[in-house]
Ligand binder design. Structure first.
Ligand code: ATP
Ligand code: MG
Length: 594
């Protein structure tokens, strides 16, 4: 072990802890917000800086604008922008816009919004693969001239057949030995739009018997007769991902090209293309494990299917794992960055439990979200010894975790709403809430004792719960030290504001919705039909009716909620971000990790 390895590495005046290892212990580390956990990518970067290989770190986040970003992309964004920021470098946002058939300006806009919302800034380094189309074409000509690429006129189906399989080598294309002049002529004619789609492609001349299928003369350019959202009808040929990606990285002077594990087998091709062209900048591709979350899917193509089939309302439906969906649901950028910190960066795929993501938003909102009262499944509670015309204003604490958030006054009157679930006529053993003859506390208000109920004679449903209150217990404490076992939230019926509250469950009913795809069962079969529930009549404190969309709140005892953009004046709409129970923290505690 060198001195460098033993000690924290100091770069640009920043202290970097390099002793954090990827074990379960990391779970403890998430408490320390400022700790950047070391991982194998940071180790590589630190070595490259220490050895003088690079004096600046340049990374990029390269989304294809064919859908909205999801939480998996957040992992890549946090990693790419995170390491660049920590080592005094820069991170580019580059749109990998090489497939005009699937890409749209709407997706470009949403991606830029989401990256900014997460808290990252690409400064002036906004690029597009399409910025380089001329140069990529010239590189294609160069490869032909070096005898490293040829125009192949097999049909797409034939190309696939000639490619061979994992166990059988491929077969050379009959066009592999076209003359240099012929290749140049065809490639030029492809560019000029003289052929239809599928007539010809430009292929790398590598090795049709390579055990790595990616090296069996991969396609570099194909003919696509579609307008591009930026270059319009200027191009009739478009580079493939593998070809455009390494060269865009090289053109931009990327030092470390971080991508997910499925590109590992493409790395030899990444290196081959750059080697053949003798480029000055040859970035190092490093692969890391994709984020997988249970009970959801993490692919733009699959998410697009949910949208187009109408199984969710839109890309930003609060049930979606998209960043815009999570934002609408009430997730904060801090909570998502925190989540990305906790999950860390490793080399092998695994599935992260959704409860970990939920833990991160609870942890954040616990500190910042004002507490208020709302009743989602109301039943009327009448305080029979409280005068009809009287009205109290009671003091309520906005956030017991943060005194600086102050207090507010909440109206109280003879008729209130409480949760129907908080009352039972014949309570079983461990039910401590309201029941006939029992006394409970109304939050910030008084002790009340139930002495009767009124029922709808036709349905036998309880319509009113009758109680008396003890005026001596104002504020919620009894001067004689009398204890109660439950505290209920409530709203004053005459003052309450009606609201629409959207309650969400998992989007899929299975932890792995794609597990039966091989058996021919589509993931859409496992969409949870009960993932959205909107109770009939919800009531909130009167002070909450004019909140701006995006405002986070805690409805006491019910969870964290966020004002939805569907809110109209006088018609507030809330999404439940997450309930209050923290399954993940409980599991950690049980395992002695917290
Ligand atoms: P999708 O299948 O959702 O479209 P993708 O990999 O095709 O994913 P890109 O737009 O190409 O989407 O992704 C941009 C970057 O984000 C890539 O570098 C990719 O490796 C990374 N990325 C995508 N999904 C994940 C994930 N689940 N976890 C970590 N990184 C991801
Ligand atoms: Mg992709």
């Amino acid at each position: 072990m060198t001195e460098q390895d033993k000690n924290p590495v100091r770069l640009d005046g920043n202290l970097h802890l390099c002793s954090y290892k990827a074990t379960n212990k990391r779970i403890h580390g998430f408490r320390m917000e400022t700790n950047k956990q070391s991982n194998f990518i940071r180790d590589i970067i630190e070595k490259d800086i220490a050895s003088g290989k690079h004096d600046q770190v340049v990374t990029r986040f390269p989304p294809e604008p064919n859908g909205y970003l999801h939480i998996g992309h957040a992992k890549s964004i946090c990693l790419n922008f995170g390491v660049a920021g920590d080592y005094g470098g820069r991170c580019h946002l580059r749109f990998d816009d090489t497939n005009p058939k699937k890409e749209e300006p709407e997706y470009v806009r949403s991606i830029m919004d989401d990256v900014q919302w997460l808290g990252f800034d690409w400064g002036e380094h906004l690029y597009h693969a399409s910025d380089y189309f001329d140069q990529l074409y010239e590189y294609g000509v160069e490869l032909i001239k070096r005898g490293k690429a040829y125009v192949c006129s097999l049909s797409p189906l034939e190309i696939r057949e000639y490619r061979g399989t994992l166990t059988e080598p491929g077969t050379n294309s009959p066009f592999r030995d076209r003359s240099l002049e012929e290749n140049l002529e065809y490639f030029g004619a492809m560019k000029e739009g003289r052929f239809g789609e599928g007539a010809h492609v430009l292929r790398a001349k590598i090795d049709m018997s390579s055990p790595n299928i990616n090296l069996r003369d991969p396609v570099l350019f194909r003919i696509v007769r579609s307008d591009h959202h930026r270059t319009k009808d200027a191009w009739h040929i478009y580079p493939t991902y593998d070809y455009a990606h390494c060269l865009s990285d090289s053109i931009e002077g990327i030092t470390h090209s971080l991508c997910s594990l499925e590109f590992q087998d493409h790395r030899p091709l990444y290196d081959w293309i750059l080697d053949q062209l003798h480029v000055r900048c040859h970035p190092r591709q490093i692969e890391f494990a994709r984020l997988n979350l249970n009970y959801t899917v993490m692919s733009k193509r699959k998410l697009a299917k949910l949208v187009s089939r109408g199984l969710v309302r839109s890309w930003d439906d609060p049930r979606m794992p998209t960043l815009s969906g999570l934002r609408r649901r009430g997730y904060t950028p801090q909570s998502i960055r925190r989540f990305c910190d906790i999950i860390g960066v490793a080399k092998s795929d695994n599935v992260v439990d959704m409860s970990m993501l939920e833990h991160c938003i609870r942890e954040d909102l616990n500190k910042t979200a004002p507490r208020v009262m709302a009743v989602l499944n109301p039943v009327k509670l009448v305080i029979t010894n409280y005068p009809r015309e009287r009205e109290d204003k009671l003091e309520a604490i906005n956030n017991p975790e943060d005194e600086s958030m102050g207090k507010r006054m909440v109206p109280f009157s003879r008729e209130l709403y409480i949760e129907r679930d908080d009352f039972m006529e014949e309570p079983p053993k461990k039910f401590y809430r309201l029941a006939p003859g029992r006394e409970v506390r109304l939050r910030y208000a008084y002790y009340v004792t139930c002495h009767g109920v009124v029922k709808d004679p036709s349905t036998n449903e309880i319509t009113e719960i009758h109680c008396t209150y003890d005026p001596e217990t104002k504020g919620g404490d009894s001067p004689d030290g009398r204890k109660v076992k439950a505290t209920l939230h409530w709203v004053s019926a005459g003052h309450a504001q009606k609201a629409e509250v959207r309650l969400y469950d998992r989007l899929f009913s299975r932890p792995n919705p794609t597990e039966d795809e091989k058996k021919g069962i589509d993931f859409l079969e496992y969409v949870n039909p009960d993932s959205l529930n909107i109770p009939d009549a919800c009531f909130i404190e009167p002070g909450l009716k004019d909140l701006a969309p995006g405002t986070n709140l805690q409805f006491e005892r019910l969870g964290y909620f966020c004002v939805d953009p569907d809110t109209k004046p006088g018609k507030p709409v809330f999404n439940r971000t997450v309930t209050l129970k923290d399954a993940w923290a409980r599991i950690q505690k049980k395992a002695g990790k917290n």
